[in-house]
Design a protein around this ligand. Structure first.
Ligand SMILES: Nc1nc2c(c(=O)[nH]1)N[C@@H](CN(C=O)c1ccc(C(=O)N[C@@H](CCC(=O)O)C(=O)O)cc1)CN2
Length: 299
């Protein structure tokens, strides 16, 4: 029997295209506004993966012309110190976007810190005001990873209206906003999670399956409907039998590629889209502030 191989949803290429568009947009308006967009990434402690992601964000900012106001704090930094830094960044006119790199050390209250960020500078789209705007279908800064998924599906003209979408994972960072964005696009949405019974019977119904559970290889080919669109949000570092470390997602890519119609790779899928949408959120805030101040008015 002939097996078909799924088409790749190429997040890396699309992220590069978005970055080029943002670069051109910034060049066009910067002289009128009198400054570049600015993003502050706050990182606490020495988690090596987080440090690599933050470096990547700062490199991407530099590439498109966004100024970085990153701050790296020692592991023992207090909640109050961080809240004071956020309060100052909220007032800083050079800064359009603020984010706290997650996860944080255990003594810190991430939710409380996110609450301190001015909603219109909330580059990660995780402030309750922005999540509330998403629930209500209002304009606002959207969470980067799910927004990246939606942008990638749109690029490949994958229609969501009336489709059965299943999101595996219920985090505030991905699962919950992802479900709301799919709902906003008129999909019929189910959220499954670690306590769901008979996960396979749920995922088998999915026309669009988003795996965001953080469990390597959780989704296998027998759990996927033939012809489905499978989006892998998982980014897990594992050590293989030869002791080599590599990055894998939440799906078994090789076997699912023979069943699905479209599939995202790891690396090169949703990871780069997350960073591209972060840059886009920062530029959106920058343009909004400029519009409100009249800096973009035609003279
Ligand atoms: N405040 C936030 N914290 C975290 C987020 C987030 O969106 N906001 N997401 C993740 C980490 N993350 C961004 O912060 C992130 C992870 C991975 C990638 C990425 O591009 N990965 C590459 C592979 C990189 C590698 O080789 O190691 C890929 O998938 O191609 C981007 C962003 C948790 N914390």
């Amino acid at each position: 029997m002939e097996t078909k191989t799924a088409k790749i949803l190429d997040g890396k290429t699309l992220a590069e295209k978005i970055q080029k568009e943002l670069t051109a947009q910034i060049i066009e308006v910067q002289a009128k506004i009198g400054r570049p967009p600015g993003l502050a990434v706050l990182m606490v402690g020495d988690n090596p993966a987080s440090a690599a992601y933050v470096r990547n964000k700062e490199k991407s900012c530099a590439k498109v012309g966004i100024a970085s106001f990153g701050k790296h704090f020692p592991q023992e930094t207090s909640q109050k110190e961080l809240e004071d830094v956020i309060a100052a960044l909220n007032q800083d006119e050079q800064v359009d976007g603020i984010l706290v790199q997650l996860p944080l050390p255990e003594h810190l209250d991430a939710v409380q810190l996110l609450h301190q960020i001015e909603p219109d500078k909330d580059a990660d789209g995780l402030h309750p005001v922005n999540l509330g705007r998403l629930v209500r279908g209002e304009k606002g800064l959207r969470s980067c990873t799910p927004a990246g998924v939606m942008r990638l599906l749109a690029e490949y003209e994958i229609s969501l209206r009336g489709k059965q979408a299943v999101v595996v994972g219920r985090s505030i960072l991905v699962g919950k906003p992802m479900a709301l964005m799919l709902l906003e696009a008129d999909a019929t949405v189910t959220i499954a999670h670690s306590r769901s019974q008979d996960l396979k019977s749920i995922t088998q119904n999915a026309d669009i399956l988003v795996a965001a559970a953080g469990l390597p290889g959780l989704i296998t080919a027998d759990m996927v409907k033939p012809g489905a669109v499978v989006v892998d949000v998982g980014i897990n570092r594992v050590t293989d039998a030869n002791g080599k470390s590599r990055l894998v997602g939440d799906i078994n890519f090789a076997s699912i590629a023979d069943v699905a119609e479209y599939i995202t790779p790891v690396p090169g899928g949703i990871g780069p889209m997350t960073v591209a949408l972060l840059l886009q959120n920062t530029v959106t805030s920058y343009l909004q502030t400029a519009k409100e101040s009249g800096a973009l008015d035609v003279k």
